[in-house]
Write a protein that binds this ligand. Structure first.
Ligand code: ASP
Length: 351
């Protein structure tokens, strides 16, 4: 009997063709798709696999919204995973990192791997890596007995890098590569074989296979609004319109874990934001700060307030995902904060 892989098609450049220099999803069903490529046919035969396909959403990923994500989540919650040896999710590169982090928090404990793949160009473009990424996902699923959410992407140097979905950062636009948080990817594929990255910050395959979900949800919808703010010189907090429509703010830091917090009052100071959030009791979560490193004097001027939370050792993409999920999982603020700051659901904490 053939082994089954579930392919979840969500769109992205992976599913586009170029028409008059415009990349469009419109012709997907009438053109050559991933399953028609020789290498995919060969590997399917070699590994004795067949594909089942679903397409809960179909979008360029820059148009991803929580409404679309909820459709994807709903479809994924309805699947009986005991039927499959793995799941491949094709997705656009623009927002793949957010979807990967969200799925990592919710689907990493299903006993099989979920591999997210994408393509830098339409599949038939001479420089496209999408077919290779899909073929690499087939190798990984068939050769490594592992659960969890992963991203496989052939980088600008031709290396098939494998990232934990909970550590992947937004795509580096210039060099056409993904990066794992703190630059520790999970491994790579070389000639179809998995090579684990033995960095001490990485879990082993056994670590991954024994981890269980601390708050398994039978289904979850993302219904809250979480705002991400990245710092830059000149950012003015007095111009922000903060009100009760907002559930939480996730705040990024500069390279050395700092933010603008001068001792004197300033509309550029993060303390202005804290004052505004305090008015509506909206929590502020700050990342990416490494535990155990020296602080800078500037951070000492941050107001001491119970709405402020520092989430150590996780990427901002992961923190955002965790906060959005936590607000729909927990009513109780204490449980919510414990989940956001202290749980390590799929090795998102990199220490
Ligand atoms: N705009 C595309 C998307 O994210 C880019 C890609 O897939 O590479 O859907």
């Amino acid at each position: 009997m053939k082994k089954k892989i579930l392919v979840v098609e969500t769109g992205g450049t992976f599913a586009t063709s170029s028409v008059n220099s415009v990349r469009t999803l419109e012709n997907y069903d009438s053109g050559k798709t991933i399953y028609d490529y020789e290498i995919v046919k060969e590997k399917s035969l070699y590994y004795n696999i067949e594909f089942e396909k679903i397409r809960p959403i179909f979008t360029l990923s820059e148009n991803m919204t929580f409404e679309l994500l909820n459709k994807l989540l709903k479809a994924l919650y309805e699947i009986d995973y005991s039927k499959y040896i793995g799941v491949i999710i094709s997705h656009g590169t623009d927002t793949l990192a957010y979807t990967a982090n969200i799925l990592s928090m919710l689907f990493s404990h299903k006993g099989i791997p979920f591999i997210m793949v994408s393509s830098n160009h339409p599949l038939n473009h001479p420089l496209a890596n999408g077919v290779d990424n899909f073929a690499a996902a087939l190798d990984f699923i068939n050769c490594v007995k592992i659960q969890g959410v992963f991203v496989i992407y052939k980088d600008h140097e031709g290396v098939f890098e494998i990232h934990l979905g909970s550590r992947i950062k937004q795509m580096n636009q210039i060099i056409d590569s993904y990066e794992s948080f703190k630059n520790v990817n999970f491994g790579k594929l070389m000639e179809g074989k998995f090579v684990h990255n033995n960095d001490e910050k990485n879990p082993t395959i056994d670590d991954i296979n024994t981890v269980v979900d601390p708050k398994s949800a039978k289904g979850i919808e993302l219904t809250k609004t979480v705002m991400i703010i990245y710092p830059y010189v000149g950012l003015r907090f007095d111009l922000f319109n903060i009100n009760e429509a907002l559930s939480a703010v996730v705040y990024g830091v500069y390279h050395s874990g700092t933010f603008c917090a001068p001792e004197f009052d300033s509309h550029n100071s993060i303390n202005r934001l804290v004052e505004k959030l305090k008015k509506y009791d909206i929590p502020l979560y700050i990342s990416e700060i490494s535990s155990g490193s020296d602080k800078y004097a500037s951070t000492e001027s941050l107001k001491n307030d119970d709405i402020i939370n520092i989430a150590y050792d996780t990427s901002i993409e992961n923190l955002y995902s965790k906060v959005a999920i936590a607000f729909d999982l927990f009513e109780d603020a204490g449980l919510r904060n414990d989940y956001i700051k202290n749980s390590n659901i799929f090795f998102e904490k990199v220490v």
